[in-house]
Design a protein around this ligand. Structure first.
Ligand SMILES: *Cc1c(COP(=O)(O)O)cnc(C)c1O
Length: 395
């Protein structure tokens, strides 16, 4: 019996050739392929700058650092996401404040965020991290207005949504991560995401200052470039009477990390990116087939009706006998999954004071949600089988 997972990577011969070529080139890491991947990715999402990093979590971490998250600062995010979204605030000693989701979209509810902001003196919160959950874009324009009103920054967690978009009030399609409304956006290239590098991540932004800061943070806080040095020519040359810096010179000006991506991962990323559009088209097609097949089934499909801009990382249903359906499908080789156990109820966040009942919409969503298989290489026959087995379960 062939297994059908909820998501999986698609590696082609072209991908393998691209990686082999990178392995035979001069640089395994810190070479030219990184910049090429960054430029292609920036172009794909429509942002000015992109910084490739070792994974999506590292991307979140350097974003939080570049926005200067400090102990005591409060940042608002959603509990219905991978835990890394919130954790980046904790890495910097900040305080995570979860706000509830909108049950109609499963996205961070902007009304709940406003309530929090209005209930405290200005300056209490420093930023918001909305998530384009499952591939459905947040209305980033609305979040920008709110953020500006309260002087906050925005990190868009767009891990689920490369290729997704929403339409703003001027009727313009705004790609997830294009940097028009959010200060920074992050992506992951984990195998289950749209573009696979094994491990990998990307930050996109339209802000030159943040871009430079991200580049430093990615690589130990080191900078190379005459115009940014703070030590003197004489110190750098270790003798007096110089008016330039020697060739070897560099400076570590702040505490950074090694969050670099390798060149052979970037080569895989470039090759994968060239098929990303087709992948999105296929995902949207699979979603439309599910939606019509499920019209008569006892499901809630809250994210339906968004097929155009939706990037469909996940296809989520809400179903009463979720455990029953999950187990039934498993015995037939179909591995549905649950996204997500609300972050605020993870033992780590309970320890920080969060408890059941704090976020009722997220908690009731968690009771019934199930992600069905959704990936571009899923065949029509495989999808047919998934649909058949689901209808058998309800017979
Ligand atoms: C995958 C994911 C991350 C983390 O990415 P990694 O590359 O696994 O570190 C963060 N946020 C969301 C929403 C994700 O899906």
């Amino acid at each position: 019996m062939k297994k059908i997972p909820y998501g999986r990577q698609n590696i082609t011969e072209e991908d393998i050739d691209a990686v082999s070529k990178a392995l035979k080139a001069d640089f395994l890491t810190q070479g030219p392929t990184i910049l090429e991947f960054e430029n292609s990715f920036a172009k794909y999402v429509g942002a000015k700058y992109a910084v490739a990093v070792s994974n999506g979590t590292a991307a979140l971490h350097i974003c939080a650092l570049s926005l200067d998250v400090k102990p005591g600062q409060k940042v608002i995010t959603t509990p219905i996401t991978f835990v890394a979204t919130a954790n980046c605030v904790r890495y910097c000693g900040g305080e995570v404040v979860f706000a509830d989701i909108d049950p109609e979209t499963y996205l961070l509810d902007i009304r709940e965020v406003r309530k929090l902001l209005e209930a405290s003196p200005k300056g209490t919160y420093s930023g918001i991290i909305p998530v384009d959950f499952a591939g459905l874009s947040v209305d980033m324009e609305a979040f920008r207005h709110l953020a500006d009103e309260f002087g906050l920054w925005i990190i868009e967690d767009a891990c689920h949504a490369p290729g997704g978009y929403f339409t703003d009030s001027k009727g313009i399609k705004q790609n997830c991560g294009n940097g028009v409304y959010a200060d920074l956006a992050i992506f992951s290239f984990h195998p289950v995401k749209h573009i696979a590098c094994g491990e990998g991540g990307m930050v996109t932004t339209n802000d030159l200052g943040l871009y430079k800061q991200l580049l430093r943070l990615r690589s130990h806080g080191i900078t190379k470039g005459d115009d940014s040095y703070t030590n003197s020519f004489d110190f750098a040359n270790s003798e007096a009477g110089h008016d330039s810096y020697p060739g070897w010179y560099m400076e570590m000006q702040q505490l950074g990390f090694n969050y670099r991506l390798t060149d052979f991962q970037a080569a895989l990323g470039i090759s994968q990116l060239s098929r990303a559009n087709n992948g999105i088209i296929r995902r949207r097609y699979l979603a439309s087939v599910y939606e019509s097949a499920f019209k008569l089934m006892p499901f809630i499909l809250s994210q339906s009706g968004f097929i155009n801009g939706h990037a469909y990382h996940l296809f989520v249903i809400e179903v009463k006998n979720r455990l029953g359906l999950y187990e039934y499908l498993r015995t037939r080789g179909i591995f549905a999954q649950v996204h997500y156990i609300p972050s605020h109820l993870m033992p780590y966040y309970r320890e920080l004071g969060w408890k059941e009942g704090d976020l009722p919409n997220a908690e009731s969503y968690y009771c019934n949600c199930l992600s069905l298989p959704m990936y571009p290489s899923m065949t029509d026959d495989e999808q047919k089988l998934v649909i058949e087995e689901i209808s058998n379960f309800f017979k």
